[in-house]
Design a protein around this ligand. Structure first.
Ligand SMILES: Cc1cc2nc3c(=O)[nH]c(=O)nc-3n(C[C@H](O)[C@H](O)[C@H](O)COP(=O)(O)OP(=O)(O)OC[C@H]3O[C@@H](n4cnc5c(N)ncnc54)[C@H](O)[C@@H]3O)c2cc1C
Length: 306
């Protein structure tokens, strides 16, 4: 990489809920901060976000706009729209980040608030319905589809776990195994006891109107009317730079962090969906705040003992 365009105390990669929360703590700690954001939050298609106190029912973009406005009130915080494409650790322990337009920035610490990328391929209509009627979490969206005919696109122990939880929100539940089910006899009996149906037909597509599901069409041409489907997609990290810098991942594919959001590499923190299965705006904000506090605290105390 070449000479950096500018040096900061901390660079935050990812400027959604978690990244902005980190920036707020850092701005209030008088730190020079650059936020680099690709503007691709995972919930961008969701009409309304729920279960975050003071913001319940708001459009995700509105929450982001309000957060960004508050953070940019702190004049040591800068926001750059762009994608970080490479990073490297310098001999003096600082880090360089290159963005897609070619600029290079340097900082003593990095915070990755980069989220994850859900794999919504495979079934036509799944991506279009994601966050609207194909949902990941009952606490975020279950209330809106309570008592409605609902599917669970899953199989085996995961399907049992999801079905047990969702049976609180609706009794009209069908597990769509999209092929042969893998339940044990005991699991089948449990589902039967709770009137939860198993449907093994192979799915051809989801029929919907602007993301609002009306039915599932199967390969044999038959249909099942449903209002919502719970789905836990597989994912990859949205940004590969943490791994390239040596940050360890968990077995599930999340960035490994301690209780202060510090990764396995000194000076690098991670927060939000890239470190946890507990996907919620409130949780992302909490972890961002913690990362911002921990990163600034480390810098302040390092400077104090110089
Ligand atoms: C469909 C859906 C609906 C949801 N609904 C709710 C809800 O109702 N209530 C609730 O509490 N939670 C909800 N969630 C969960 C919530 O949206 C997430 O927990 C939250 O968005 C995580 O915030 P984050 O900042 O970690 O990641 P994200 O919001 O996903 O943002 C990550 C940001 O990092 C940027 N980024 C990634 N890589 C780079 C890079 N290399 N360079 C620059 N920028 C980069 C992305 O462009 C993006 O802007 C929902 C999630 C989904 C998927």
């Amino acid at each position: 990489m070449e000479t950096p365009n500018k040096t900061f105390d901390v660079i935050i990669i990812g400027g959604s809920y978690s990244g902005l929360a980190a920036a707020l703590a850092l701005g209030r700690a008088l730190m020079n901060v650059l936020i680099i954001d690709g503007a691709e939050p995972c919930n961008k298609q969701t009409p309304h976000s729920h279960n975050f106190l003071t913001q319940d029912g708001k459009k995700p973009a509105e929450i982001h706009k309000q957060g960004k406005e508050q953070v940019l009130m702190y004049n040591t915080v800068e926001f750059l729209e762009g994608v970080a494409v490479a990073g490297r650790k310098m001999d003096d322990g600082t880090f360089e980040i290159q963005v897609s337009k070619g600029e290079i920035f340097r900082a003593g610490q990095l915070i990755f608030a980069t989220g994850i990328k859900d794999d919504l391929s495979g079934i036509p209509g799944l991506a279009e319905c994601w966050g609207i009627s194909v949902i990941h979490c009952p606490y975020c969206h279950g209330y809106e589809v309570r008592n409605e005919p609902t599917g669970i696109l899953s199989n085996g122990p995961e399907a049992i776990e999801i079905a047990g939880l969702i049976s609180n929100w609706t009794k009209d539940l069908t597990i769509l195994t999209n092929g042969e089910h893998t339940f044990s006899e005991e699991e089948e009996l449990k589902l039967k006891k709770h009137d939860i149906k198993i449907d093994e037909r192979t799915i051809a597509k989801l029929k919907h109107d602007n993301g609002y599901l009306s039915s599932v069409t199967f390969q044999d041409g038959s249909e099942l009317s449903l209002k919502a489907i719970y789905y836990r997609p597989t994912f990859v990290q949205h940004c590969q730079i943490p791994q390239a810098l040596g940050c360890e991942l968990t077995e599930e594919g999340y960035i490994k962090v301690d209780s202060t959001q510090a990764t396995s590499i000194k000076g690098i923190f991670a927060c939000g969906d890239n470190v946890t299965r507990m996907r919620a705006v409130a949780n992302a904000v909490f972890m961002g705040t913690m990362a911002g506090v921990a990163a600034s605290r480390q810098l302040i105390l390092d400077r104090f003992s110089e």
